[in-house]
Design a protein around this ligand. Structure first.
Ligand code: ZN
Length: 155
């Protein structure tokens, strides 16, 4: 069953999400399945648990037909270089802005089976991971606009 997506300015999007203690807990496994379905239905690149009303450190990403389930993800390294590209968010529909992100990030997380994974992500995958992990800390992509002074892109 697809879930309703929480829209900005719902306060849950501004909360620091809670760490997940047991990834194999049936309620967490059910949430992962529903989030994957919600992401697919919405044709999105990524979805974080707070966006479906659950303040938990969990997000799902679909880049180049590859699905990633990230539980308690942490960015452990960032490239020196950054790049600018257009970004949107399912919680801020219809708005797209140019946002600066790190080219590459190393991320450590637990996957859907509860196993620890370390990944070096580049390009769109790295961008999606930075965007989704931001959600777990109550940060929205529009917050980066203030810092970068980039021009608003009209749609
Ligand atoms: Zn988002």
């Amino acid at each position: 069953m697809a879930l309703d997506i929480v829209k900005n300015p719902d306060p849950i999007l501004r909360k620091v999400a809670e760490k997940i203690k047991d990834p194999m807990d049936p309620t967490i496994q059910k949430l992962i399945k529903e989030m994957l379905e919600t992401l697919k239905n919405a044709n999105g690149v990524g979805l974080a648990a707070p966006q479906v009303g659950q303040s938990m450190r969990l997000c799902v990403i679909d880049v180049d037909d590859e699905i990633y389930v990230l539980i308690n993800p942490q960015i452990t390294a960032k490239s020196k270089s950054k790049y600018i590209s257009e970004e949107g968010c399912l919680s801020i529909p219809g708005e797209f802005y140019l946002i600066e992100r790190y080219d590459e990030v190393k991320v450590r997380y637990l996957n859907q089976e509860g196993k620890q994974v370390k990944i070096k992500a580049r390009g769109l995958l790295a961008r999606a991971m930075q965007h989704e992990i931001d959600h777990l800390d109550g940060i929205l992509f529009i917050d980066h606009l203030k810092k970068s002074k980039l021009n608003k892109k009209k749609n």
